[in-house]
Design a protein around this ligand. Structure first.
Ligand code: HAM
Length: 429
């Protein structure tokens, strides 16, 4: 028989692992809602052309990493490698990109055919935030502060914010001319990967991790020297505002990001605890993307946090699930239907109830209640069922003698009183 396995670079998230995911997601969503940021959901599958146009043909993501296939109607489709292009498309298509500014977030799976390693998968998850229609430096600072605060709120400390400016399209064009001619003269000194990028995506060479190439690049023209006065002023204003907010940053002139749409501000947040895949959050400004994709000129800025990397960084305190309030131990023909009925009533009181459905011996059911550390238990056997009552008690060996009570199935007042007194609830009798 075939033993099926998941595809390389994908993982199963099992219930115990998901406790941490859900706790982390809850904290994130609360923070987003406090900042009045609204959720948007776009399809996972899009036309391939969207990413080619949006992200850029010469990028690694588009040229090497996309999951692209023809559907049954012979249309080229791609599993989204990121969310920004899809959000831009959705806003243009729904006629809302030019409406007054909007702050949006999304969370979900993304797909990139990369070499899997710790912190890098082929299916991974991102939380993305996009501020659409915002031009001011304040929006750059606000969005970085949001990412920073989310990470801090989760208790992650070992963080470093790296920033750079990529100027506007004219700045980059001027730089590119001079950089290209330098690259051509020095081609033989570069590593093979960088040589291949000369015609495809020369800016990305600045981001090379090759030690020799990095050394050679020290003598290359710097984008910074090609920035207009306006771009320089914007950048220095941006840094000043970060300082006002006391968000520490490091300038990294080789931070160019892997996607073509960025202008002005580019940033990444890294953690020393993550190993080689250290970037937990990446983002920047993309003032021309929406126009380039057919919308009106709309300035925007955003970021995405890699959820798997975030989960690696978030501490054990997020791993704790909710404690079961009552475990219902039940056995016998008469007892079992009554137990189901009672479990529904108790869930309506907003309690976390686990109904044992095994039909196993009482002692086995006790053991299970003990194993999951239920706060209290209800016991219903056929004896109790015949008397139309059940036993309820705290699940604490020392005190249960005092706390045990027999309550009639009909007597909601007594039941609520017991729950109020023992589980510290506030149910109206
Ligand atoms: P990105 O830098 O390509 O930016 O991805 C953002 C984050 O997603 C990375 O910092 C990393 O944490 C996570 N990530 C990326 N690839 C993988 C992978 N293969 N496995 C695990 N995690 C990964 C973007 O995607 C932009 N859309 C961000 C943005 C939004 N810029 C403006 N708005």
């Amino acid at each position: 028989m075939n033993n099926f396995k998941n595809l390389r670079g994908t993982i199963d998230l099992l219930p115990d692992q998901l406790i941490k995911w859900q706790n982390v997601e809850k904290i994130i969503k609360e923070q987003l809602s406090r900042s009045s940021i609204k959720e948007i959901r776009t399809p996972i599958l899009e036309m391939t052309e969207l990413f080619i146009r949006g992200i850029g043909e010469g990028t690694d993501v588009v040229s090497k990493e996309m999951y692209t296939f023809l559907d049954r109607g012979e249309r080229s489709c791609t599993l989204r490698p990121e969310g920004t292009a899809s959000v831009a498309r959705a806003l243009i298509q729904n006629g809302t990109s030019s409406q007054s500014s909007q702050k949006l977030w999304y969370m979900g799976p993304m797909f990139r055919y990369e070499r899997p390693q710790a912190g890098r998968q082929r299916q991974f998850h991102q939380l993305g935030v996009e501020f659409i229609g915002y031009e001011s430096v304040r929006s750059d600072v606000e969005i970085i502060a949001l990412a920073w605060d989310i990470l801090r709120k989760l208790g992650i400390k070992d963080l470093s914010l790296e920033i750079n400016t990529l100027g506007d399209a004219d700045d980059r064009l001027n730089f590119q001319k001079s950089f290209l001619s330098w690259l051509k003269t020095n081609k033989n000194l570069l590593d093979l990967d960088s040589q291949k990028r000369i015609n495809r995506n020369p800016l990305r060479i600045l981001d090379s991790k090759n030690i020799e190439t990095k050394k050679v690049l020290e003598d290359a023209p710097s984008l910074f020297n090609f920035l207009s006065e306006k771009s320089l002023n914007r950048y220095s204003n941006f840094k000043q505002q970060l300082e006002t907010l006391k968000i520490p940053y490091v300038e990294n002139y080789s931070l160019v990001r892997g996607l073509d749409y960025y202008t002005h501000t580019a940033f990444e947040i890294t953690s020393g605890s993550l190993g080689s895949q250290a970037t937990v959050c990446g983002g920047g400004r993309y003032d021309n993307l929406i126009k380039q994709m057919g919308g009106l000129q709309t300035p925007a800025i955003g970021f995405a946090i890699g959820m798997e990397r975030l989960i690696l960084l978030a501490g054990k305190e997020h791993q704790v699930g909710k404690q079961t309030d009552i475990y219902i131990i039940n056995k016998g023909l008469k007892a079992e239907p009554l137990a189901i009925d009672l479990s529904r009533k108790l869930r309506n009181f907003d309690l976390l109830i686990e109904l044992d459905l095994t039909g196993a011996s009482f002692s086995k059911q006790f053991k299970k209640a003990n194993k999951i550390n239920s706060r209290s238990i209800i016991i219903i056997g056929d004896d109790e069922a015949s008397k139309k009552e059940f036993i309820i008690r705290m699940f604490n060996q020392e005190i249960y003698e005092n706390k045990e009570e027999k309550i009639s199935f009909e007597d909601d007042t007594n039941l609520k009183n017991w729950l109020n007194n023992n589980l510290h609830l506030n149910l109206n009798s």
